[in-house]
Write a protein that binds this ligand. Sequence first.
Ligand code: G3P
Length: 217
Amino acid sequence: MKFFVDTAEIDDIKELAATGLLDGVTTNPSLIAKSGRDFMEVTKEICGLVDGPVSAEVVALDHDTMMKEAEVLRKIADNVCIKVPLTVDGLKTCKALTEDGTMVNVTLCFSANQALLAAKAGATFISPFVGRHDDNGFDGMDLIEDIRLIYDNYGFETEILVASVRHVTHVLESAKIGADVMTAPPKVIHGLFKHVLTDKGIEGFLADWEKTGQSIL
Ligand code: G3P
């Protein structure tokens, strides 16, 4: 499973990129606003930090303007992935861009039928929002299971990019289902490394090592 980080904070991206485990970055207008940075400038900087796809979202609602915005965004770098909302105009834009060889991430997906439409429109990634789904009394993981089943039934190559990840269990469940990618805030990714028994084990080993009076270097 590929790991993307869902942020526009440069320091967080640098820190995670240094682990070698980061496969891409996703941003959205809320994350850009939170960063306080200029959209074009920060997106360009992010594209230079990772080799994989960096999602940058259009803000227009109509197809023609989405295409014009996408034209500007895709000039930023070769690894820009244009993010469009799951609407009729968004999917029209998705089809036009992917036919032209541009990566597209279809966002704000909340049903398996929507995911089916995105795959038919040739989306590179479909982003089902599991956390927001859970928040509204649905089960985000059921959604991922349904999309996996449908995509496998028909051999769609659209990658399932689990978004709105709130905790490490979302990551675990996504991996068990066979999602292709997950995007999570830096805090959740850091949480994946942690286990209380790992910390306790290190503590015990180091205490015993001290007693030997030896050093490796
Ligand atoms: O980038 C899209 C998605 O991951 C947003 O997550 O936490 O705002 O629901 P959240």
